[in-house]
Design a protein around this ligand. Structure first.
Ligand SMILES: Cc1cc2nc3c(=O)[nH]c(=O)nc-3n(C[C@H](O)[C@H](O)[C@H](O)COP(=O)(O)OP(=O)(O)OC[C@H]3O[C@@H](n4cnc5c(N)ncnc54)[C@H](O)[C@@H]3O)c2cc1C
Length: 417
């Protein structure tokens, strides 16, 4: 059986949702297809023993587009902003957990040497670099010195990208800083000039799955969930797409599928090999409960530098940031690590970091292809990708250079369909 449709959107993660929202408001007839029984992709919430546990994104930097999308879905009144407690941030160092909530914490802290602090402070007087792109490590070592990179930047960017700062592209993952260096001559001045843009960190009542349920209800006529895209063949005009054995003929497609999935199912061999050049890092999210009365540290979370060779990369105190998500008398936290681990090894590290044994595992999710790795050369890879895709194919998703939920939504919504 063959079905004809003007537009197919492949993947119903936040990028696919953005594209669907655009198509619907533009009046284009379309279907949105996902292999999973639910929309949302990485946005997944589990409800375990009275706890609300996000297993993918835990928070989102709210943008006007994101808020408008929630309004469109009728759930903007359920947005939950991060608490004041959630502003406290920490880094684990050899001699324990250190606060990095304010710049003065770094200057007054005993875990960074006087030389390291001075090197950080002379950043505004460093010469501008000349390389168009360089690794995050090389860029920041040049600007703020090796010690601050090792103790401060490595845990933060390692936490966001689950990757190696000696490989990640500064032009991609620190784009505004790299541009700011040229424009203002310094990172401090760049930060001062960009400070008006306030970052509002949010979640939503019931966790990110609330967005998925609202989307499924609003787009019930367009959603084909539990349907696998099996094969895409570009035709002289349009595409043939096989979905669960059914042949669709469409004029245009939006692919939000991860690059390794698109590579498997697209018929063009040059596109296949190009897509396979982008790698993804794995990430495991283990949700733990801990006793509310225990004096263990609280706040946004704790990041761990890779040089300490710990299994745990970071801990996010989910129910401190967004109260109302834990069972009475308990708190919950998400512990991130790169490979599945037995509970004992995580527990012993948690005890070392938090100083408590009073934690127990509630849920665990392993993402084998969690975060695309934007390494040196990524911008060339992306440009070549746009040149290689067939006419009528549009791309959106986190593999285009920005992984945050609001940015990925915009990658779909901003398409000129
Ligand atoms: C553990 C973790 C924590 C994170 N934390 C944060 C955070 O706190 N804040 C933040 O802003 N971002 C965070 N991110 C990043 C953010 O969640 C992602 O970048 C974003 O959700 C990706 O959206 P997407 O639509 O590009 O991809 P996906 O969500 O992966 O969507 C792709 C969709 O394609 C579908 N699919 C795959 N194969 C097929 C097929 N053959 N046929 C049909 N459908 C198919 C999948 O089922 C999926 O629904 C986190 C990510 C992870 C993994």
């Amino acid at each position: 059986m063959t079905k004809k449709i003007p537009l197919l959107i492949l993947g119903a993660g936040i990028a696919g949702m953005g594209a669907a929202w655009k198509a619907k408001t533009t009046g284009i007839e379309f279907k949105i297809i996902d292999i999973s029984d639910h929309a949302g992709g990485m946005m997944q919430t589990e409800y375990v023993q009275g706890h609300t546990l996000d297993q993918g994104p835990n928070s989102c930097v709210q943008s006007p587009t994101y808020l408008n999308f929630l309004k469109y879905l009728g759930i903007s009144n359920q947005v939950v902003k991060a608490s004041a407690q959630g502003k406290k941030r920490y880094i684990f160092q050899k001699n324990g957990v250190k606060s990095v909530s304010a710049f003065k914490d770094i200057l007054l802290g005993n875990w960074i040497s006087t030389g390291g602090k001075l090197r950080l402070l002379i950043e505004p007087f460093r010469k501008k670099g000349t390389a168009n792109d360089e690794t995050v490590y090389d860029f920041l070592k040049r600007r703020i010195g090796k010690e601050a990179v090792k103790l401060l930047v490595d845990p933060v960017l390692g936490g966001i990208y689950a990757g190696d700062i000696k490989k990640l592209s500064a032009l991609t993952v620190l784009h505004s800083m790299k541009i700011g260096e040229q424009r203002y001559g310094s990172l401090f001045r760049t930060l001062l000039n960009n400070r008006s843009a306030s970052r509002v960190i949010t979640n939503i009542q019931g966790g990110f799955s609330t967005i998925n349920y609202a989307f499924e209800a609003k787009f019930k006529d367009e959603c084909l969930l539990g349907h696998r895209v099996e094969c895409i063949t570009p035709l002289t005009s349009g595409f043939e797409v096989v979905v669960n054995g059914t042949r669709f003929l469409c004029d245009r497609i939006v692919s939000t599928l991860p690059t390794h999935v698109l590579a498997e199912i697209i018929s063009s061999s040059s596109l296949k090999s190009h897509l396979n050049k982008l790698s993804y890092a794995p990430l495991c999210a283990s949700s733990y409960s801990l006793d509310k009365d225990h004096s263990a540290i609280s706040g946004f979370g704790i990041l761990i530098p890779s040089t300490l060779k710990k299994t745990i990369k970071g801990i996010l105190f989910a129910s401190d940031i967004f109260p109302g998500r834990a069972k009475d008398g308990e708190r919950n936290m998400t512990v991130f690590h790169s490979t599945p681990q037995n509970e004992d090894s995580i527990n012993s590290e948690l005890e070392e970091i938090l100083g408590t044994q009073q934690t127990y595992l509630l849920a665990q999710k392993t993402w084998l292809n969690a975060i695309p790795q934007f390494e040196i050369g990524f911008q060339d890879w992306k440009q070549h990708l746009y040149k290689t895709i067939p006419e009528g194919m549009f791309l959106a998703g986190n593999y285009l250079g920005k992984v945050g939920v609001s940015d990925v939504l915009e990658s779909g919504y901003n398409l000129r369909l």
